[in-house]
Design a protein around this ligand. Structure first.
Ligand code: AMP
Length: 412
């Protein structure tokens, strides 16, 4: 028979990696929980229109990367490519504006984007996300960035570069893009061919060019941060001052663009020095127009998402699997029934206990107990023997209760 494989762009998560993932999600839950963020879940698929309206018709995500399908009634559904739109839809649908504001939530789960698979980029991947909906207070922008940095720190992802910018309002942005395009047109002959070809679609790409002539032009190009309205500028300055005040290093980067249309004001991205081409660990920003765009009242919001697979690629932390307390071995003639009951008693006593379940000989069983790091081995035969795996000492127990007592003594 032909062997089946997992589909392209997907990832099997085997032990011990699956444990490391749970650890990372637990770290996020703890860090965010202390700041008042509550767990929340939304469906893995949504009406396609949610992402078309929320993320933006013209974005790569909506144009090229969505897994879209029809239900039996012919309605268009899409596997979620990101989490913010779903949270804002739920906020509106459940009247969450009536709750104390801001509503602070976090989530972790699978997301789907049809991008060219490569190291750190999959069709199905896992994001941890956090959102604060219902306030434009700049302490929220700073708090969320700080929380994400703390999660990376605790997950051991190593040094990361934090880029920060402000996009202002959609109007500021549209005016600025016109101004930048005019500026680039006026100096078109000095630009690389690549930048010239995409000038109308994405003039901002010119800021990332390697081409020396283009770089010389861009050094003099107008910058979006210099075109912000006084309110937006003050908001940005406040966020920066808060971050500086708690010692978070960041680089102000006016070329930072994110692949989603809903961002306003603050945007940021963390890049790991330990990852290759797909270096973004996580990022986010403010989306003060999104709830209204989805049919709710004008409501500000801010949030981020981080990729768990990339966090684990960058992390140097092993999964902290605890050692086995007791291995229950079966001597020749030892009834597996007795071993089965013994291991249940140990587990009821909140010990981590495993039973011989592979028919090994005694030598093989002791070797196995060693490999899994068992501190004590109980050998079930005619009676019960208790072996201290540290000293090698072996003693006979008078009863099951006696054996349990000896185990607790050794583990104390
Ligand atoms: P984004 O909202 O696009 O910035 O995504 C947030 C984070 O999710 C990124 O910084 C990545 O860590 C992760 N991510 C996004 N797309 C993928 C993908 N296709 N495969 C793996 N991780 C991804």
């Amino acid at each position: 028979m032909r062997k089946l494989q997992a589909p392209r762009g997907t990832l099997d998560v085997l032990p011990p990696d699956a444990r490391r993932r749970l650890d990372v999600v637990a770290i996020a839950g703890e860090v965010l929980g202390r700041a008042g963020y509550e767990p929340m879940e939304t469906p893995v698929f949504e009406d396609t229109e949610l992402f078309a309206r929320g993320v933006g018709e013209s974005t790569d995500i909506v144009q090229k990367e969505m897994f879209t399908f029809e239900d039996k009634a012919g309605r268009s559904l899409t596997l979620r490519p990101e989490g913010t739109a779903g949270v804002c839809r739920a906020y509106i649908e459940h009247g969450m504006h009536k709750l104390p504001q801001p509503v602070k939530v976090w989530y972790a789960g699978p997301f789907f984007r049809h991008e060219a698979p490569q190291a750190g980029r999959f069709w199905q991947f896992t994001q941890i996300g956090a959102e604060a909906v219902g306030s434009d207070d700049p302490t929220l922008d700073a708090e969320l960035i700080l929380l994400l940095a703390e999660i990376f720190e605790r997950a051991g992802t190593g040094p990361a570069r934090l880029r920060l910018s402000s996009l202002g309002t959609p109007e500021t942005r549209a005016d600025y893009l016109e101004e930048l395009t005019r500026f680039l047109r006026a100096r078109e002959s000095e630009l690389s061919e690549d930048v010239r070809a995409r000038l109308d679609q994405n003039p901002l790409r010119a800021f990332d060019a390697d081409h020396a002539g283009t770089q010389a032009v861009m050094a003099e190009a107008p910058r979006l941060v210099d075109r912000l309205t006084p309110d937006d500028r003050e908001h940005f300055e406040t966020v920066k001052a808060f971050l500086g005040g708690v010692g978070v290093d960041f680089e102000e980067d006016s070329t930072l663009v994110r692949g989603l249309d809903y961002y306003t004001r603050t945007v940021f991205e963390f890049e790991s020095e330990r990852l290759g081409a797909q270096a973004a660990l996580g990022g986010g920003g403010r989306y003060d127009g999104l709830v209204e765009e989805l049919g709710g009242q004008p409501t500000p919001g801010v949030g981020w998402a981080a990729g768990v697979e990339r966090m684990l690629l960058a992390s140097d932390r092993p999964g902290d699997e605890g050692p086995v307390d007791v291995f229950v071995a079966l001597a020749d003639g030892g009834a597996s029934r007795n071993g089965f009951f013994m291991v249940q008693r140990l587990r009821q006593a909140a010990l981590r206990a495993e039973l011989e379940q592979a028919g090994r000989g005694m030598k093989g069983q002791l070797r196995h107990a060693n490999r899994i790091g068992a501190r004590v081995v109980l050998i079930i035969g005619d009676g019960i023997e208790v072996k201290d795996m540290e000293t090698g000492e072996q003693r006979v127990a008078a009863s099951v209760e006696d054996a349990l007592g000896m185990v607790e003594e050794l583990l104390a």
